[in-house]
Design a binder for this molecule. Structure first.
Ligand code: TRP
Length: 341
């Protein structure tokens, strides 16, 4: 099924509220591109709090706070509720309702092949992970299919989940009629992949062992300066972009280039022969110059939680309208009796 011709293509993406703050990698890899896409697409952006339960361990007060921070940071970063639909996943019950139908159309083998799940099992053992971790990609498929999204902006690590989503949509349509839209992955640029400052072979990640390599968007300026200055580089001194042999320096150049809009080649030329110290000093300044106003705006949203909740309520109201319509078609198609009004 498709929507009316002339509509802008619809995108849906989600981000988990599983940390006290988003980090620079989240911003450069995803959020920044969400902000750009709202200009050209009918964008739905979702704080996926249901997904935040899948590790089986959460603290209710912490989850509530993290969901608010996530929404506040998206708004502070430029996600504009007048240009897109920003909402919290648990505010739209249709996600879980569709998820059940999809769960019943998913094979055990198919779900067992998801690499994120397999990695967890390998790391912690099947006894120690929950069923929610296993069914997580099916809920993700529901997030996407309930809005009949055309495209899904995600990082490369999510490609397999989008494949599953496509398979489920096709299977559904084949069996029950043309109800769902089969979405395309919209893989975010590889240049958006920011590495850990302490271990530039790994992605900057909230789950890294040391926080010294992760710049949180809510970090204090002094902490950021320290993290940038202590970033792992190499024993050479040349400021040169070469991700293979100089991953640390290349990562710093990528961050610098994104935040200042200066091409990497221009930065290489500007710091030629100056060593890493000068690069790090200026980069620290650029990062602080970027995060400070962002932090202020985030705290502003958090201080005014009434306004934040209003924005999220309006987003959820719009999302629900779209989601409820899809769910009605799905329920009808699979053979549920439509309830009397
Ligand atoms: N699984 C995604 C991640 O961990 C988050 C997510 C949940 C998502 N639902 C989504 C992403 C729907 C895109 C579309 O990054």
């Amino acid at each position: 099924m498709s929507r009316m011709a002339g509509d802008r293509p619809r995108v849906l993406s989600g981000i988990q509220p599983t940390a006290d703050s988003f980090h620079l990698g989240n911003y450069i890899g995803a959020v920044r591109q969400w902000v750009a896409l709202q200009e050209t697409h009918d964008a739905f952006y979702c704080v996926v709090d249901l997904h935040a339960l899948t590790n089986g361990e959460w603290d209710p007060a912490e989850l509530r706070q993290r969901s608010r921070v996530a929404a506040a940071q998206l708004l502070a970063a430029g996600v504009d509720p007048h240009r897109c639909t920003l909402f919290v996943q648990s505010h739209v019950p249709e996600h879980t309702q569709l998820s059940w139908v999809l769960t019943c159309l998913t094979g055990m083998g198919e779900a067992s092949r998801m690499t994120q799940y397999k990695d967890r099992v390998a790391r912690y053992g099947a006894e120690r992970i929950g069923v929610g971790m296993f069914t997580y990609p099916i809920l993700q498929a529901a997030d996407i299919l309930i809005y009949r999204a055309d495209q899904v902006p995600v990082g490369e690590d999510q490609r397999q989940h989008i494949e599953l989503t496509r398979d489920l949509a096709q299977r559904f349509n084949h069996r029950f009629g043309d109800v769902l839209v089969v979405p395309e992955p919209y893989i975010l640029k590889a240049t958006g992949k920011i590495l850990d400052l302490q271990d530039p072979t790994a992605k900057m990640s909230k789950s890294s062992e040391s926080q010294a390599g992760v710049v949180d968007l809510l970090d204090e300026p002094a902490a950021i300066t320290k993290k940038v200055k202590r970033a792992v580089t190499d024993t050479d001194t040349a400021v040169r972009y070469d991700p293979e042999t100089k991953p640390g320096v290349s990562n710093l150049l990528t961050i610098f280039s994104v935040l200042t809009d200066r091409p990497v080649a221009e930065l290489e030329a500007a710091y030629d022969g100056m060593g890493y110290g000068a690069l790090k000093t200026d980069l620290a300044e650029a990062v602080v110059g970027f995060t400070s106003p962002l932090r202020e705006r985030t705290l502003g949203w958090l201080d005014d939680s009434g306004r934040l909740d209003d924005v999220l309520a309006a987003g959820a109201a719009h999302a629900r309208k779209v989601a409820a319509e899809t769910l009605t078609h799905v329920y009808d198609a699979v053979g549920f009796i439509q309830p009397r009004e």
